[in-house]
Design a protein around this ligand. Structure first.
Ligand code: GAL
Length: 685
């Protein structure tokens, strides 16, 4: 049963709109603060992230705190009917602190401590840094706990997995290892297969994370970094939780990077938020950029079981990333902002509100340009988003309940990167493969949850598991039980090769009992160069009813059908005649195995056939033009159907029944036409 969640903070029942706001950069010109307030009202902005990098303004010298400027800003926000998403300032430490306490600066793998500078580079273990964070965070919470503008805590900024290998971090790592391996060094040495190249560890403190030859060690180091980051987050947010228990806490995730296990981190925050920076207009496959972004939105929503998330950062126009720094073209800001909402975001926020005058991000897109007025295209397009969000109060808290799960797993990604690179070289392309399996559903308007291997599977009709090279403990058994009970699973080449220590399964792959589930043995895998391909021929009268022919690229595995039915075979190269796609009935369900990386045509037809068999369909129209995305949020009673055109030209869709466009309050006819980058939000009249 779909439900409606509470707003992020019930203080505000509207969609949030705003961005990173750095009034401390304008302390010398307070008239700019007043202008900010006027422009916020004009652009429909109601939520500003303050203090993200303000530590030197809040505590210019050790123990000397200055909150006057922040008091003024908080009061102005409240008077302007706006809210503060208040950050803890730990993302960037003040210079006096690095000098007084050098231990707070990270030490690289070469043993050299980094000098003060840049940001996001503190040691996460240092007790001094943790103490300093607790002091400033306590002061912030005490001072603003009753303030009407305080809406949400934004812990730090984009915690990342960056290495610190100082003595404190290494000692913490060794303690973490002792817990993981029950204080049993022999257990660790076995898991690390450390007799290889004579690497056996005689004691815990010999273990240093610079030896990339020991893949299990690399995996553990990644796990530890996630553990230590969450531990740091918990330590610095403890005073916030104690002093302001009703104010939710988030931190902005970067699911586009692979440095932390965000699935684990998700449990520690109250609401998921993330920073989305696609490079619009820079790729020949612009639709692909929309697909990648959609997948990450779905991942962020699914991390908390469907709870609405926050788009914490996006760029209103020109990014600092990207090859040639293309500005968003007209319409793209509204489209990409509502794309986030369509997938479950209750906010649209930007980096940044106002362009700084100096330093790294002075040219980065902003709601307010150096010119300073409301007359820029950027500002007007942000105001368009503000106007659209103002129409979407009823969408706040709604969600979606997909029947398809795509398994994308952080630990598996690390294992592919660390453990499989020696074997598979450049053809790993895990994220591209995720997109390839996600795209047919996106294109068909069938919603998807993107979840990791720890997810509960029972609620899904279809579970897609590409390239699950490393299986977490228990996943294979749960997948098996899921199929036995009637679920449909799809798995691909290079799955269940190793266990959580990157130790190869003995007895053939897929291991961990999945050879029996899928009825295949994957004997070997051949890699191909760019431009090379292998034909795939569907079996005559196959049960899927698809005919091909298709092609495989990058890699083809040689599999043997062991009690499974061969649905397709290779049609060229030395693998000719060997199975490329199989299915096996197991209990009440079905288990498909795709042996190769295929072209998009195969995945489109294959998943269309599965969607037909499973009764998975778009709620709006059977025929959705390519590059148009349909996503539906619902509270169980009313559906809000977002229709988004990512094409550079107009597209029309036949709707079966009459609808109203929530954004314009206009009835729409039997056929709707979406302009280039057009977007509509439909509801039944
Ligand atoms: C984000 C970061 C912001 C800003 C932005 C620029 O990753 O959190 O502080 O640097 O990038 O795109």
């Amino acid at each position: 049963m779909t439900k409606r969640y509470q707003p992020i903070n019930p203080k505000c029942t509207h969609m949030l709109h705003g961005g990173d706001y750095n009034p401390d950069q304008w302390i010398r010109t307070p008239e700019i603060w007043d202008e900010d307030m006027r422009l916020m009202t004009l652009s429909g902005c109601n939520a500003m992230s303050v203090c993200i990098f303000s530590w030197s303004a809040l505590e210019p010298a050790e123990g000397a705190f200055e909150f006057g400027w922040l008091d003024t800003i908080m009061d102005k926000l409240a008077a302007n009917n706006a809210y503060a998403v208040m950050a803890t300032p730990s993302g960037s430490k003040p210079a006096w602190m690095s000098r007084a306490y050098p231990e707070i600066c990270r030490v690289k793998g070469d043993g050299v401590r980094q000098p003060h500078g840049s940001r996001h580079n503190h040691c996460r273990t240092s007790p001094v840094y943790r103490e300093k964070c607790v002091i400033i965070n306590t002061k912030l919470a005490e001072r603003y706990k009753e303030h009407p503008a305080l809406l949400l805590w934004h812990a730090s900024n984009e915690y990342n997995g960056g290495d610190c290998q100082c003595d404190l971090c290494l000692a913490a790592f060794h303690n973490w290892l002792r817990v993981r391996y029950d204080n049993d060094l022999d257990k660790l040495n076995h898991a690390y297969w450390s007799s290889f190249w004579s690497h056996s560890f005689p004691d815990w403190d010999y273990i240093i994370p610079t030896d990339r030859g020991i893949h299990a060690l690399m995996l553990d180091w990644e796990r530890f970094k996630t553990h230590q980051t969450i531990d740091f987050f918990n330590a610095e947010t403890a005073p916030l939780r104690a002093i302001t228990p009703d104010i939710p806490v988030t931190t902005n995730f970067m699911p586009g990077s692979d440095t932390l296990d965000y699935g684990a981190f998700a449990k520690a925050v109250d609401v998921i938020s993330w920073d989305s920076y696609p490079n619009w207009h820079e790729h020949s496959d612009e639709i692909g950029e929309a697909v990648t972004t959609a997948r990450m939105h779905d991942q962020c929503r699914a991390m908390k079981g469907g709870k609405p998330f926050m788009l914490m950062e996006s760029v209103p126009s020109i990014p600092t990333r990207g090859r040639v720094k293309k500005r968003k073209e007209p319409g793209m800001n509204l489209l990409s902002s509502l794309q986030a909402v369509a997938h479950g975001s209750d906010t649209v926020q930007y980096f940044q509100w106002r362009k700084s005058r100096g330093c790294m991000e002075k040219f980065h897109g902003a709601v307010v340009d150096h010119e300073g007025s409301e007359n820029t295209r950027e500002f007007k397009e942000v105001a368009d988003v503000g106007a659209a969000l103002a129409k979407l109060d009823d969408v706040v808290g709604t969600t979606m309940q997909p029947e398809v799960a795509l398994i994308q797993d952080w630990e598996n990604e690390w294992a592919l990167r660390e453990g499989a690179r020696v074997y598979l070289g450049e053809n790993i392309k895990y994220r591209q493969e995720m997109n390839a399996h996600y795209r047919p559903f996106w294109q068909a308007g069938v919603p998807v949850d993107v979840v990791d291997q720890t997810a509960e599977l029972d609620a899904y009709k279809l579970v897609v598991v590409p390239m699950a090279y490393m299986l977490r403990p228990g996943f294979a058994a749960r997948l098996k039980a899921y199929v036995e009970n009637g679920g449909t699973a799809v798995m691909t080449y290079w799955s269940a090769v190793v266990d959580e220590s990157d130790l190869c399964h003995l007895g053939g792959i897929p291991g961990d009992g999945l050879r029996e589930l899928f009825g295949v043995w994957e004997e070997e895998s051949q890699s191909y160069l760019p431009g090379e391909s292998v034909g795939i021929a569907m079996a005559k009268d196959n049960a899927l009813g698809i005919s091909g022919p298709y092609t495989a690229v990058d890699t083809c595995s040689v599999i043997h059908a062991e009690g499974s039915t061969v649905l397709a075979s290779y049609a060229s190269e030395y693998v000719e005649g060997q199975p490329a796609l199989t299915v096996k009935t197991h209990g009440k369900g079905k288990a498909y195995y795709i042996a190769a990386r295929t072209d998009g045509a195969f995945l489109n037809d294959f998943y269309a056939a599965l969607a037909r068999d499973e009764g998975l369909a778009c709620c709006l129209a059977a025929d959705i033009p390519e590059g148009v995305s349909v996503q539906t949020r619902s509270d169980g009673d009313r559906d809000y159907i977002f229709v988004m055109n990512f094409n550079r030209e107009a597209k029309s869709i036949e709707l079966g029944s009459p609808y109203v466009d929530v954004l314009t309050d206009q009835a729409v006819g039997a056929t709707v036409t979406l302009e280039r980058y057009g977007v509509m939000v439909l509801r039944k009249p």
